[in-house]
Write a protein that binds this ligand. Sequence first.
Ligand code: NAD
Length: 262
Amino acid sequence: MNLALTRVAVVGAAGRMGREVVRAALEDDSFELVGGVVEPEAPERGADLGELCGWGKAGVVATEDPPGDAEALIEFTEPEATVHHLSYGRPVVIGTTGLSDEQLARAEEAAKGVPLVLAPNMSVGVNLVREVVRELSEKLGAGYDVEIVEVHHRNKVDAPSGTALLLARAAAEGRGRELDEVAVYGREGRAPREEGEIGIHALRGGAVVGEHRVVFYGLGEEVEVAHRALSRRTFAAGALRAARFVARARPGFYSMRDVLGA
Ligand code: NAD
């Protein structure tokens, strides 16, 4: 067994992100793809994972449960399934977004027994933007109005995006506030802006992979930070990085900040 290799299995292997992670793992010599999980009744069950993502035959097939030798699971499905997958009791990277507070609490509970990375956005760039937003928010102060606009493809189910919430939390944190106290989701009718509000707005359409803009509107200037994901590959690369981290970590609840700082 090659100890430099990280053996990963992808949960949600037939989805848009799942296929991208499968392909990235097959193309990276420091990972061994040992399995891929699809829904029990999925037509992809038994299919070759490499062929599913257009890479060519990989000799590893899609199954209902992950194989026993995976050192890390990489999970991109939907929140209810994510909670179910916690019962595997294995080191896991969760990319699925839109988890409720109760589902998040279940993940935190599971992390007492296994290492778990939860990251609503796996891209290195977004996680650096998060730091910039926190600092801008702190230093510009409450005299600047913060508005966040995100755009995603027409098939995205949760709104606002997990990334918009991550950035909004960073802006709130910079001002020593809880996001729940200051968040305003969209505006309609008579909705005058109150000082300290953080406005969050979701646009949906076409094939947009993911765009986020955080704008600080002052009276004499505007500061804007933007991130555009050009391909899902950027999330897949971050997911593999997180998988390498989680495979060697002690039990605990981690974020991309831990992964990138490691
Ligand atoms: P998708 O609909 O293309 O794929 C989801 C897949 O999960 C589907 O193939 C579905 O069959 C599968 N699935 C559902 N229940 C399952 C189960 N019990 N077992 C196995 N598979 C199951 O969606 P997507 O675009 O791949 O996005 C998936 C999730 O990842 C969403 O929550 C999305 O917001 C999130 N996402 C996160 C990041 C990030 O960087 N963290 C990036 C992109 C997308």
